[in-house]
Design a protein around this ligand. Structure first.
Ligand SMILES: C[S@@+](CC[C@H](N)C(=O)[O-])C[C@H]1O[C@@H](n2cnc3c(N)ncnc32)[C@H](O)[C@@H]1O
Length: 177
């Protein structure tokens, strides 16, 4: 079980990509932290494909509210961020219910916020690029947490098989597009 957290994200495209990945990996709540109440509008939905309607979206304004929410939910806040004290993601032993937090496109997660998280993990990089895109980083962290999770979902052509019960809401979302 995992939760995905968007901390002050600005790009609707990034938010949309993260939503789709979160739902595809069976994430629990999707938490949006920031002063503006986040609304999934057209630009984000071109990427989310309306899948925000298939998960519980929690909107929180302040960092205090976010850390109190984590304590109530029993989830462990894990910052996905480059810092001098971050652990390398491939070596990280995840707790059973992580809240995977990505930072905004301009400034990332502030040091004061990082100091309140239980852990900070970073994705190793090998080429001449200082940091990754927020949605890409989030996808990698979600993948890494789920990497060893057993699956019996079969491929059907170039997609994964969905049961009839799973197809129903997906069709309704497609019709709403
Ligand atoms: C574009 S980066 C933030 C900007 C960057 N901190 C800077 O000072 O230019 C957006 C977010 O992606 C995530 N991120 C990017 N590269 C990462 C990496 N190698 N490991 C972990 N997180 C990463 C972090 O959550 C970060 O806050």
């Amino acid at each position: 079980m995992f939760t995905t957290v968007l901390h002050h994200l600005k790009s609707p495209e990034n938010a949309g990509i993260i939503v789709r990945t979160h739902v595809a990996f069976g994430g629990r709540q999707l938490v949006v932290v920031g002063p503006e109440p986040w609304r999934f509008k057209k630009r984000a939905q071109a990427f989310s494909r309306h899948f925000e309607q298939l998960c519980e979206v929690v909107r929180l304004v302040t960092d205090d509210e976010f850390f109190a929410w984590c304590a109530r939910q029993g989830c462990t806040p894990i910052a996905v961020e480059i810092s001098e004290t971050s652990q390398l993601l491939p070596d990280f032993a995840f707790p059973s219910h992580p809240a995977l937090i990505v930072g905004n496109e301009g400034t990332g997660l502030p040091p004061e916020f990082l100091s309140r998280c239980a852990h900070t993990v970073m994705i190793p990089q090998f080429g001449p690029v200082a940091c990754l895109n927020a949605a890409v980083s989030c996808g990698m962290a979600i993948y890494e947490f789920n990497r060893k999770r057993p699956t019996d979902r079969k491929a059907e052509g170039s997609k994964f098989h969905l049961s009839d019960t799973e197809k129903r809401p997906t069709k309704a979302l497609a019709a709403a597009r």
